[in-house]
Write a protein that binds this ligand. Structure first.
Ligand code: GLC
Ligand code: CA
Length: 576
């Protein structure tokens, strides 16, 4: 046990043992998970650690080189021990896989590549035994062009499903209805010669946009959610919600200066994104979710906290967990930038959902590695997003320090946007590579050649080896998540920002009743000094007990200011 005593503004650091190497049980605090709402009024999803799984890449049970549901089930014990409470599985429904599952051809079945409905039910049941809930990914904006609805829609201008999608005449004989562009590098309109009209797609041409203005579409989509809730699903991650509605007049988007990564003119997507009608749809999805005590997580791309605020709903009646993806756009690691953002989020008054990365974004290890302190940086980033107030969402492999393995040549690319945008846009394969389970062949993911290659760094960064190493990124995550589940202040405490003038060190207290957890993060490559004066926060003579650090050297002695190694983490419990 490392104990710190405050005396005349000096802290005495006494090392008596090493803390937190055992992993305390992850049982939820009384009532927190089982009943949905705890004594503080917090729902299960507020305390939960969510873990995103890209099913193609997690674990391959039948050795065809592609991960599957049975594979996920075999890893539930690993997830349980890690401290995960819910898994979000990216789309595992039947799909031609043009966008690797985000082109759904049947919302109420499992793609044979991933297994059967029985496999799915078993995954849910096995999850339940371990208090791990299952969240599915609901692609609300579009279907596959191979979905029966679209096949019928396309068949004639008078078909039953014609108005389920967005069909329009071109502007005269040649040009499309307007200047909107697909975010995936093509035109947003594809001409269909059979009926002589264009259909709209914000993503690939194989992903036609549904017409949410049609009540039948809305009803069909609500029914999909009920189908899965009845099977025990605990909620949905709603894909691309910003793109649900378009201006019915098809007004041209304003053209901006410059070109995008596909070489097309930049556009202000004013008329085909973030239309206010989206809130009506969110409210309806929420009403259904509430019937089942389920949670809605949103893929909500926003450029500021005000925009994000809207997705919670004016009466907290839309998404419980709109993802705050703004940190993924921060350049480098600036304590100031994080401090300002966290302050703005807290001032907005909602339950935060900070996201560091996902299957569309370069892995955090690759984004921040400096070649010298790579693992320290990974630990520091982990401490940041797992000790802040709010629900936590992890991406598979972040806990072992996986890095991007981007394609080396255009021929290796699987993600169509990488083929189209090469070399400027390499696509998203790099962040979707197989989970690294051990240092053996294919990182233990599969006996067969995996659908994407494993990077050489799997030799050092893999579950089996990191489990044995108390200083590994994985061991750090395990300790951190254990703390998150046992320290009331990390779950329910408020957030008090300290030492705000320091541009390199982010310091905060999570304060709960008479105690608190102090978090100090050195976000720089140089050693920094962090003052330990907590007198302004209601702790005039605090006792300080170290919970977790990433220090390489032990600190011992009397301190008014704590020396912080480069990119290090210091977490301590404060009591009066
Ligand atoms: C979301 C998904 C992404 C997918 C796109 C189209 O952005 O996260 O992977 O390609 O929607 O469905
Ligand atoms: Ca749409």
């Amino acid at each position: 046990m490392i104990k710190y005593f405050f005396k005349a503004n000096l802290v005495s650091i006494v090392l008596t043992a090493i803390v937190a190497l055992g992993f305390p049980g992850l049982a939820p605090r009384a009532g927190a998970q089982q009943k949905g709402v705890d004594a503080e009024g917090h729902a299960w999803w507020q305390h939960a650690v969510f873990y995103e799984i890209y099913p193609r890449s997690f674990a391959d049970s039948n050795n065809d080189g592609i991960g599957d549901l049975k594979g996920i089930t075999t890893k539930l014990d690993y997830l349980k021990e890690l401290g995960v409470n819910a898994i979000w599985i990216t789309p595992c429904f039947p799909s031609p896989q043009v966008d690797f599952g985000y082109d759904v051809s049947d919302y109420q079945a499992i793609d044979p590549m991933y297994g059967t409905m029985e496999d799915f039910d078993r995954l849910v049941a096995e999850g339940k035994k371990r208090d791990i809930r299952v969240i599915l990914d609901f692609v609300v904006n579009h279907t596959s062009d191979q979905h029966q609805w679209f096949i019928d829609s396309k068949s004639s201008k008078t078909s039953a499903h014609r108005d389920w999608y967005i069909w329009r005449d071109g502007k005269g004989p040649g040009p499309p209805p307007n200047n909107w562009l697909s975010t995936f590098g093509t035109a947003a309109w594809t001409f269909d010669s059979k009926t002589g009209q264009y259909y709209y797609h914000y993503f690939y041409p194989q992903q036609p946009d549904l017409n949410w203005r049609n009540a039948a579409v809305e009803k069909a989509m609500m029914d999909v959610t009920r189908f899965w809730y009845k099977r025990g699903v605990a909620g949905f991650r709603l894909d691309a919600v910003d793109t649900l509605y378009e201006d019915p007049n098809l007004t041209d988007n304003p053209v901006l200066p410059g070109t995008d990564k596909f070489g097309r003119p930049n556009m202000d997507e004013k008329y085909n994104k973030k239309l206010p009608e989206v809130h009506g749809a969110m409210r309806k999805l929420r009403t259904t979710a509430d019937e089942y005590g389920s949670v809605l997580i949103g893929e909500t791309w926003t450029s500021n906290v005000d925009q994000l605020k809207d997705y919670y709903g004016a009466n907290n009646d839309e998404l419980q967990m709109p993802m705050d993806l703004m940190m993924t756009g921060f350049k480098g690691l600036s304590a100031d930038e994080y401090r300002k953002h966290i302050a703005a989020v807290n001032a907005a008054g909602h339950w935060p959902v900070y996201v560091i990365t996902n299957h569309d974004i370069v892995r955090s290890y690759t984004r921040y590695a400096d070649g010298t302190h790579n693992d320290d940086i990974a630990k520091m980033v982990a401490a940041l997003y797992l000790t802040l107030r709010g629900s936590a969402i992890m991406y598979y492999g972040e806990e072992i320090g996986m890095e991007n393995n981007d394609p080396k040549s255009k021929d290796d690319v699987q993600d169509p946007i990488g083929k189209l945008g090469w070399p400027q846009e390499k696509g998203r394969d790099g962040e979707r590579t197989p989970m690294q389970w051990n240092h053996g062949a294919n990182a233990g993911f599969s006996v067969a050649k995996p659908w994407l290659p494993v990077p050489a760094s799997a030799m050092a960064h893999n579950v089996a080896d990191e489990m044995k190493d108390p200083d590994s990124v994985l061991s750090f995550y395990r300790k951190l998540l254990a703390l998150r589940h046992t320290e009331a202040a990390l779950l329910d405490g408020d957030y008090v920002s300290l030492n705000e003038e320091n541009p390199n060190v982010l310091t905060y207290l999570r304060r709960y009743k008479g105690e608190a957890v102090l978090v100090i993060l050195n976000m720089s490559a140089a050693e920094q000094r962090a003052p330990l004066d907590l007198s302004a926060t209601g702790f005039s003579a605090p006792k300080l007990e170290v919970l977790l650090t990433s220090f390489h050297k032990q600190v011992k002695g009397m301190f008014a200011v704590l020396p912080m190694e480069p990119y290090s983490v210091f977490i301590a419990k404060i009591t009066k």
